[in-house]
Write a protein that binds this ligand. Structure first.
Ligand SMILES: Nc1ncnc2c1ncn2[C@@H]1O[C@H](COP(=O)(O)OP(=O)(O)O)[C@@H](O)[C@H]1O
Ligand SMILES: [Mg+2]
Length: 240
């Protein structure tokens, strides 16, 4: 297996332009990058630099205007819509800045939701949800709705939900932006633990110094272009 096949994500000359009221808004301009597997990778950059657009394209929830994308060794642009949905459900988990939990569902049900979508049998679902509740320290909040939880607890539910189907890649868009500093640190530690135990690749967008400090690799983006790449090889012990 060569580097590109083993990588979590490879982008080659990816361009994305939004069209807003008949005006073209270029968001990504010729992005080339290789995200190594089983790392904490951070995309940093000011607001409006293109981080969310880039994450959405890596997560196959948005498509570029041009360029090639490989995710976990698969050329995702060659997949049909159904195959792509299936690929995404099996391989990719998402964590959002504003948690995006379903307000009418309990903690248990929010975590269970992707398992229902993936047609996992009820007894298996229950087992997996309980395992995740335990891992994120929310077993005693299983029956609460998001409105009854703190921000940090909501984000822990979101982390558990993202990991429910044992994805290979988890994308997190500014996951600590709406959390106080202590809670943000706890969430980063939790994700780092899960990355090491479950060998998951995490890709964050963030300008939080706590997240940047924890990064193995980081890409800085400005006006839709990657302007610097840092790879921290001191942490190679965490690679499977
Ligand atoms: N849906 C959209 N329609 C039009 N322009 C958009 C849309 N989403 C993002 N943009 C523009 O694309 C650029 C990059 O945005 P974004 O990826 O959200 O950056 P970041 O996440 O770094 O703040 C910005 O100029 C933004 O205004
Ligand atoms: Mg953003």
């Amino acid at each position: 297996m060569n580097d590109a096949e083993a990588a979590s994500v490879v982008l080659h000359n990816v361009n994305k332009t939004y069209r807003l009221d008949s005006v073209d808004v270029p968001a990504l301009k010729g992005i080339n990058l290789l995200v190594r597997p089983n790392r904490f990778t951070v995309l940093s950059g000011a607001s409006g630099s293109g981080k969310t657009t880039l994450l959405n394209i890596m997560g196959c929830i948005d498509q570029p205007n041009s360029g090639d994308i490989m995710v976990a060794g698969t050329a995702v642009q060659t997949l049909s819509d159904d195959a792509l949905s299936d690929f995404r459900a099996k391989n990719i988990g998402f964590i959002f800045q504003n948690f995006n939990l379903l307000p009418v569902l309990t903690t248990f049900e929010n975590i269970e939701y992707p398992l229902i979508m993936a047609k996992v049998a009820p007894d298996q679902r229950k087992k997996r949800v309980n395992e995740l509740l335990d891992a994120v320290g929310l077993s005693d909040r299983a029956n609460n709705r998001p409105g009854q939880l703190s921000g940090g607890q909501r984000q822990r539910v979101a982390v558990a939900r993202a990991l429910a189907c044992k994805p290979r890649l988890v994308l997190a868009d500014e996951p600590t932006a709406n959390l106080d500093s202590r809670t943000g640190t706890a969430i980063i530690k939790l994700m780092r633990h899960m990355q090491r135990v479950d060998h998951i690749s995490f890709i964050f967008s963030s300008h939080d110094p706590k997240v940047l400090a924890e990064a193995d690799d980081s890409f800085e983006i400005r006006d839709g272009r990657i302007i610097s790449v840092k790879r921290n090889d001191d942490r190679d012990e965490s690679v499977a």
